[in-house]
Design a protein around this ligand. Structure first.
Ligand SMILES: Cc1ncc(COP(=O)(O)O)c(C=O)c1O
Length: 446
């Protein structure tokens, strides 16, 4: 494939891209590189070529952090909180506002006790695995409804824990039940994890699908870890009004066995502060699992989470940052700050960018929620007829466009790539269109 572009005049000179791929030991494996490896490669190519890429490889927020949070953090620091260890279960203000947030935007009642700050959803996931995978001796495996966020699998590898996975693409709607049950009835699954909206495909589960997951979680005594990193970002519905329907869909409407991971990174552009919350259902928090005693002093789920997992991982979360998130949530809950309005820009950009790709021969890989067209949001997925995913990711580099391969996300659609809209500026759209046109001309579709 390299031969095609070698003879063409591409936006980024052939030799520069080739040399950098070789220098970084990515020869013949760009398609399998991790997100951070791709970031490094593009940085190097940009430096050497002096050309700016249309960067779509990493899910970094492209907006300013919410100021309410920054101001509250500064005020907390000035009050001297930096010298004090925060309580492991979090400051009362944050617990209070997170419980209100869950009520206001999901319409689910949860006690403040069950709202526990975590160092991003990343740590929330790790803490969840430490507990959910140990509630029953015989249930030691996490089931991912994929495609998904690759680092969560890495966490399990680091913990020496097992996981299984399937790509949900062919199992939407009514087909989901049988597929899930084929895993659950084996008796080794402790946890089901998915993100909704989904990273990388941006599929959103329907109520029917969430009901299926919930019912099966109850039937097989399994904990559902619902990763809400993109909370309320299905922009097809207005999920922005506190206390008013429609609400962010959740499995919590269909089972008591749920634990949510709420991240501040994307919804409040707060990724740098590394704060999120684990939210545990009232029933699950209090539930006792005698097998937990193998690892923790208590067999109560919530107690083990706090004084076993969170204590051991980081002994709580940065004190001032908790005040920052509490202040943001308060403004959101009080109806003073419409956080969804603030991030809608991602969906609007996605709509335009998807069109630029499809006008130039690309296909959208994950394109439906059952019978409904997919929402426009933070990510979308693309493929190009006649090219494998590995070829596509590398070929696009010569045109100054970067993405990551779906192959690393548990997707069976290995011909596809994930494109993230957040870092692409509107003033790059003309450039993107020009580059895609050129790509299309150089790669005629048969
Ligand atoms: C699905 C999913 N879960 C979790 C995270 C991590 O969130 P946090 O920054 O809160 O650790 C991300 C970030 O991209 C994500 O996409």
């Amino acid at each position: 494939m390299g031969n095609i572009v070698e003879t063409k005049n591409t936006p980024i000179p052939y030799n520069i891209v080739r040399d950098k791929i070789n220098e970084l030991n990515l020869t013949n494996k760009v398609g399998k590189a991790t997100i951070r490896e791709i970031v490094r490669l593009i940085n190097e190519i940009e430096k050497a070529s002096g050309k700016k890429f249309v960067r779509m490889e990493m899910g970094v927020p492209g907006l300013d952090p919410v100021k309410i949070g920054i101001d509250a953090e500064i005020a907390a620091l000035k009050r001297g909180v930096a010298s004090k260890y925060p309580m492991i279960d979090g400051i009362p203000e944050l617990k209070h506002e997170m419980a209100r947030f869950i009520k206001n935007f999901i319409n689910i009642d949860v006690d403040e006790q069950g709202c526990i700050p975590s160092v991003g959803s990343m740590q929330g996931g790790m803490a969840a695995f430490l507990i959910t995978n140990r509630c029953f001796k015989q249930k030691d495996t996490v089931l991912f409804i994929d495609p998904g966020f690759p680092v969560q699998k890495q966490q399990l590898k680091v913990l020496g824990m097992n996981y299984e996975t399937f790509d949900v693409y062919n199992y939407r709607g009514d087909k989901l039940r049988e597929k899930l049950e084929s895993y659950l009835k084996k008796g080794n699954i402790s946890t089901i994890l998915y993100s909704n909206p989904n990273n990388p495909s941006w599929i959103c589960f329907t109520e029917k699908e969430l009901q299926t997951i919930g019912e099966l979680a109850t039937k097989y005594e399994i904990t559902v870890v619902e990763d809400l990193a993109y909370f309320a970002m299905d922009f097809r519905k207005d999920l922005s009004k506190p206390g008013e329907p429609p609400y962010q869909p959740s499995v919590a409407n269909y089972t008591d066995n749920w634990l949510m991971l709420v991240s501040s990174s994307k919804i409040f552009s707060y990724a740098g502060q590394r704060i999120g919350c684990i939210v545990i259902s009232n029933k699950l928090y209090k539930k006792r699992f005698p097998d937990l005693k193998r690892y923790f002093n208590s067999d109560e789920f919530g107690y083990a989470m706090l004084y076993g997992a969170i204590y051991a991982l980081s002994s709580g979360v940065c004190h001032s940052t908790q005040f920052g998130l509490a202040a943001i949530l308060k403004a959101v809950n009080d109806g003073e700050f419409n956080f969804v309005e603030n991030i809608k820009e991602y969906g609007e950009k996605a709509k335009i960018m998807k069109k630029l790709f499809t006008n130039n021969g690309f296909k959208i890989v994950y394109d439906k929620d059952e019978d409904k067209p997919l929402a426009d949001g933070f990510y979308f997925t693309i493929s190009y007829p006649g090219l494998s995913g590995e070829e596509l990711i590398e070929e696009l580099l010569y045109y100054g466009i970067s993405a990551i391969s779906l192959a690393i996300t548990g997707s069976e659609h290995v011909e596809g790539l994930r494109a993230c809209v957040s870092q692409v500026l509107r003033n790059q759209f003309d450039d993107l269109e020009y580059r895609l046109k050129q790509f299309n001309e150089h790669h005629p579709i048969k």
